[in-house]
Design a protein around this ligand. Structure first.
Ligand SMILES: Cc1cc2nc3c(=O)[nH]c(=O)nc-3n(C[C@H](O)[C@H](O)[C@H](O)COP(=O)(O)O)c2cc1C
Length: 459
């Protein structure tokens, strides 16, 4: 794959690095860790601290996952597992963080299943303006039935239907973001002309799912469009990623699998007439860092010891599509036929933990670290070596780092692993761009009304 020559032709190729911010930490038992911020989900200053640590490490972005519901399930187990029970709306939170940071990209998860494109276009355009071009939209279609219940539905949309809706949703959003040409607002007192009417466009979209006239009441954002991210494992999702995604999140557990997916996604982007380097493959990675490997193992074992068996079983049941685990104890194994059936779905998350040989406890202990993302244990230099190897072997463009406990494990990553990556020449020592798009080396999309329409304006 050719290197990005877009932002700085002579610059070495750098990793894209983001941090996945689950409030207390990515480990399911993180809230029990004495170093965790116990009320993190609704503690604004905690999020600011995390954002500022990430920015000190020159990371590209912080990522906020979301669902428009609390999690449903066994309340006894959920009462011991606060992740995503009480937490802030990502866009509202990121608007506050924008005011307290200057470079870090701000990635908000927003579902296309329970929103309208006009509202979303307006909100992401607003955040992009307010942050000086740092908004990333993580496009999701929602997977939880509990979300449907909050939006007048008794069932969730089917998989294909929600991706069809997502595809049209994104097209309407980009159409609305193009409402105003980049130079439409002349704001000229002398001629008493605020905007040029020729440079304002009505979308007049009428489609299968949406009917939207436009125009948007927010001007074209600094990045043209916020950066679009997507995490999808399915064929339909990967196709949408090839067409619109600039960052793709995915669990990856071995190099060959990573290289195959990397080629697949880049080829899809090229098929849609895009530069392959305008789609970044950024899998999750849960680094458990110790001064020695032994110390990392002790850290991991300690967190593992905090997992309540009810929580472990609930977590595993969720991971396996709400499979009923009530007949089993933590030391049981799943029936072979059940494992075969689950394996046949080819879900990349399953690769980390699902096995006929492992007990239920062993499976949930692996999954608990970062919900199916890859965990690596080691010293800072061992972790940096592994990351560099995957990057140089073109399996990835970077990583979405999942620290186990916030803020301490992010601090360790920033203070101990980032300098190792910088020494190896695979990560920046300073931000070079103003917008997250520039820092990631992504093309700034031209408006569909620009002439000639298909020529992208370089950032
Ligand atoms: C790193 C990562 C973060 C994700 N964050 C969210 C999220 O915040 N909200 C959500 O509804 N889904 C989230 N997902 C799920 C994906 O959007 C997607 O539904 C999942 O990868 C399955 O792919 P499919 O929808 O194509 O079947 C995430 C997935 C990954 C890998």
């Amino acid at each position: 794959m050719s290197e990005s020559t877009h932002a700085e032709p002579s610059a070495p190729r750098h990793m894209a690095l983001g941090v996945m911010v689950h409030p207390t930490g990515n480990h399911v038992a993180s809230w029990l860790h004495p170093q965790a911020q116990i009320d993190a989900g609704t503690n604004f200053e905690h999020y600011v601290e995390v954002a500022q640590i990430a920015e000190r490490g020159k990371l590209d972005f912080m990522f906020l996952a979301d669902a428009v519901a609390t999690r449903d399930g066994n309340l006894e187990a959920l009462s011991r597992w606060p992740q995503y029970m009480v937490f802030f709306d990502p866009l509202t939170l990121l608007a506050g963080i924008a005011a307290r940071t200057s470079h870090i990209g701000l990635a908000a998860t927003i579902t296309t299943s329970y929103n309208e494109p006009y509202n979303v276009a307006r909100r992401i355009a607003s955040l992009d303006h307010m942050s000086g071009g740092r908004c990333i939209w993580n496009i999701v279609t929602s997977a939880n039935l509990s979300e449907a219940y909050n939006f007048g539905r008794e069932e969730h949309y089917g998989h294909e239907e929600r991706y069809e809706r997502a595809a049209e949703f994104v097209d309407v959003v980009t159409g609305l973001l193009d409402s105003w040409d980049d130079d439409a607002l002349v704001r000229d007192r002398a001629s008493q002309r605020y905007f040029d009417p020729e440079k304002l466009h009505f979308l007049r979209h009428k489609g299968e799912h949406f009917s939207v006239r436009g125009p948007l009441n927010t001007s074209r954002p600094p990045q043209g469009y916020p950066v679009f991210a997507l995490a999808s494992a399915s064929e339909t999702g990967k196709e949408l990623a090839g067409r619109v995604a600039e960052i793709v999140f995915t669990p990856l557990h071995n190099l060959a699998q990573g290289q195959a997916l990397y080629q697949d996604l880049k080829a899809r982007a090229a098929r849609f007439g895009r530069r392959p380097e305008d789609l970044k493959v950024v899998p999750g990675l849960n680094p458990v860092i110790g001064r020695t490997r032994r110390e990392a193992e002790e850290k991991f074992d300690y967190l593992r010891s905090l997992i309540h068996p009810d929580v472990g079983k609930e977590l595993l049941s969720n991971a396996l599509g709400n499979l009923d685990l009530s007949p089993y104890g933590p030391e049981d194994r799943l029936p072979e036929a059940t494992v075969d059936q689950l394996m046949a779905t080819n879900n990349p998350r399953f690769k980390a933990f699902l096995s006929k040989e492992r007990t239920i406890r062993e499976m949930y202990e692996i999954y608990a670290g970062a919900r199916g993302q890859r965990t690596i244990l080691g010293s800072p230099s061992e972790i940096a070596d592994e990351m560099t190897y995957w990057f140089r072997e073109q399996a990835v463009d970077g990583f979405l780092v999942h620290p186990s406990v916030f803020p301490t494990h992010l601090e360790e990553f920033v203070d101990l692993v980032i300098p190792e990556l910088q020494e190896r020449g695979v990560f920046r020592t300073e931000y070079t761009g103003k917008t997250v798009r520039e820092n990631l080396g992504l093309t700034r999309p031209a408006s569909r009304y620009a002439v000639p329409a298909k020529d992208a304006v370089p950032a």
